[in-house]
Every structure is written in structure tokens, then in C-alpha cells.
Design a protein around this ligand. Structure first.
Ligand code: SF4
Length: 328
């Protein structure tokens, strides 16, 4: 189903003369980690150490690998160009090869004349084929280039859809190739254009409008609850690609400026259980934007993004609402 490029990994290990190799996998690839470690040890003679903590993106690169390994191999994500990384780290992008040709004809009727294409790293290799097919079928297709946080043309992250927003005025609609709803929702909110999802894993075509309304209602509810909060915990992530200390300090100043209390809290993995100890009325997360949106129901107190905090404090308008983003 997917290629983990172990020959390339072995070549990197040999070139670096590494003896101990740290291996980092996103949750979806962890089941393969034992087999991968076994195979790398067999072909290179090195010792592999699997990092067992959760990993959600290239932003979550292990900062501590040097204390137990010579090099780090990070599977599943492309690097974030604007994030500083030492040259003993190898990123291994992983592609998924689900066949979606059976969905193309069904999808065509739902597409406008000018379409912007976006996807995640797992499907980047299928983007050109999809573009050519759409052009053969009468559509004008654009693939945008994101900012410094984005490595590949057409690629979006949950925290960065600049590959879409950069071309929004030249297309009527976006087509997202991939799974999940967070990325297309972020595209929809950032561009205010209709978004169709071509999901090769679920083998379905869907649009995100209904889901968008549901999420917006949830977010409006969280903002309303937090608008009366007298104390806020402002969360700063210790993950290298999620750390926004200056933003957190600016938010604390705004909260205090509105006559409320604010506390800065640094965390690596944010979970409802870890937050229980902090007796504040609401939280604001400057970490991954997905925290507040995806895990909404798991938190006992309202969890806002920085943009939502501004609305809750009456400093900006709900009508301009977009998801939080990390620009590169
Ligand atoms: S901050 Fe969140 S959305 Fe952005 S790359 Fe990291 S895990 Fe993905």
C-alpha cells in the first residue's frame, strides 16, 4: 500500500556513518514501526530506537533524539522549509496509492469551470494526473504554491492553506484530494469558495458545507461561553514547529488589557486530563490549531484559538472568522 523508502534511509544512515538511529512515525504508521526497525537493522547493522510518543506532523519533530541517537528518520511528513532542522534528520514522505479513477466521472458534474487543486503529502504524486484528466474534460485547473511553511505545490497542512488562498481569486471552486475534513474545512473558511472532497480512502465525493455549518456553530458556542471568562490559560507548545511564544505573550497582554487574568502554560502534548489541574475559566491554544477544533467535545472548559479569543474579547468580528494558521 505504501513505500517507506528503506533503501534511501539505509543510504542516509551509511552516508552519516550513524550507529544509533532514532525512528519517528505518525500514529497511522506506528503499526509498521517494528518491521521497519527490524529491516533497517538487518540491512545497515545499526541500532534502531523507535520514538513511542505521539507524533502529529513535521512540526512535532523530536528535539531530544540527539541524547540517544546519531540521526533521526522522520516518516510520513514532508519537512517544513521555514523550520530549522539539523542535517542529521531525514524526512521520508509517504504516498498512498488508492485508486480513485472510478470516482472521476461521477465528480465531473459537480465541478465548476475553474478549479483549484489541493492535497496532502500522501497524495501529491496523483495531483498531476488529476489535473491532466480535468483539463481533458474541459476544466481550467490551477495548483498554487504555498508560503515558506509548505514544501510542495498544491500541498496544504491543517495549519496552512496558503497554496489555496494564493489562487482563490482565479478559481470558482477547490477540489481537495485526500481524507479527513479538517483540511478542506480550512480551505473553505480561508477562501470562502466551495470545496469538493475527492476521498480515495473512503471512495467518495462529498462537499464540506454541512459540516462547516456544524463546526461554525460549535465554535460560536465556545466563543460565547468564553466571552464571560475572567481567567484564561494561554497554552504554548514546546514542539519546535508549533511554538508561538511571542503570540502567547501578546494574547496574555490583550486579556489583561480587557481586565481579566491570564496565565502562560507550556505543554508538549495537550490533553483534557493534563488541563484539569488548572482552575481557569477558559483556555486559548497557540499550539496546533486542530487542538481546539478537532477535540472540542473532550475539554471541560472552552478551548479557543487565538483568532477566537479576539472575538470573545470583543476585539474582532465573528463575520471575519477563519481557522487559526501558522504562516511560514
Ligand atoms: S501544527 Fe498541526 S496542522 Fe500544522 S503541521 Fe503540525 S500537526 Fe499539522
Amino acid at each position: 500500500m505504501f513505500d517507506l523508502h528503506l533503501a534511501e534511509v539505509a543510504a542516509f544512515i551509511r552516508a552519516k556513518g550513524a550507529r544509533r538511529v532514532a525512528l519517528q512515525f505518525p500514529e497511522g504508521l506506528k503499526p509498521q514501526s517494528l518491521e521497519v526497525a527490524d529491516e533497517i537493522e538487518r540491512i545497515t547493522g545499526c541500532i534502531c530506537i523507535i520514538l513511542g510518543d505521539p507524533c502529529y506532523g513535521a512540526c512535532d519533530l523530536s528535539a531530544s533524539y540527539r541524547s540517544f541517537a546519531d540521526i533521526l528518520v522522520h516518516f510520513g511528513h514532508s519537512n517544513i522549509p521555514s523550520m530549522e532542522v539539523d542535517d542529521n534528520v531525514l524526512f521520508v514522505e509517504v504516498r498512498l496509492d488508492y485508486d480513485f479513477t472510478g470516482l472521476l466521472q461521477v465528480m465531473l458534474d459537480r465541478l465548476a469551470p475553474r478549479v483549484g487543486l489541493v492535497t496532502t503529502v500522501q497524495h501529491l504524486h496523483q495531483l498531476d494526473m488529476l489535473k491532466e484528466w480535468l483539463e481533458r474534460n474541459g476544466r481550467t485547473v490551477l495548483i498554487g504554491r504555498g508560503d515558506g511553511r509548505i514544501k510542495n505545490a498544491g500541498q496544504v497542512l491543517g495549519c496552512n492553506v496558503t497554496a489555496a488562498s494564493g489562487i482563490k481569486d482565479d478559481v470558482d471552486q477547490f477540489l481537495y484530494l485526500g481524507s479527513g475534513d479538517f483540511h478542506p474545512l480550512a480551505v473553505s473558511l480561508a477562501t470562502r469558495k466551495p470545496v469538493i472532497v475527492l476521498d480515495p480512502m473512503m471512495q467518495e465525493i462529498r462537499d464540506v458545507e454541512q459540516l462547516k455549518d456544524k463546526i461554525l456553530r460549535q465554535r460560536h458556542g465556545a466563543i460565547t461561553l468564553a466571552s464571560d471568562a475572567q481567567s484564561f490559560g494561554v497554552i504554548i507548545s514546546s514542539k519546535p514547529g508549533q511554538q508561538r511564544k511571542a503570540l502567547a505573550e501578546a494574547l496574555k497582554a490583550k486579556i489583561i488589557g480587557e481586565g481579566r487574568k491570564a496565565f502562560l502554560i507550556v505543554m508538549d502534548n495537550v490533553s483534557p486530563d493534563q488541563l484539569l489541574a488548572f482552575q481557569v475559566d477558559a483556555f486559548v491554544s497557540t499550539a496546533c490549531p486542530r487542538l481546539a477544533i478537532d477535540d472540542y467535545l473532550r475539554y471541560r472548559k472552552p478551548m479557543l484559538t487565538p483568532i477566537e479569543l479576539e472575538v470573545a474579547l470583543g476585539l474582532s468580528d465573528w463575520d471575519d472568522y477563519v481557522f487559526d494558521s501558522f504562516l511560514g
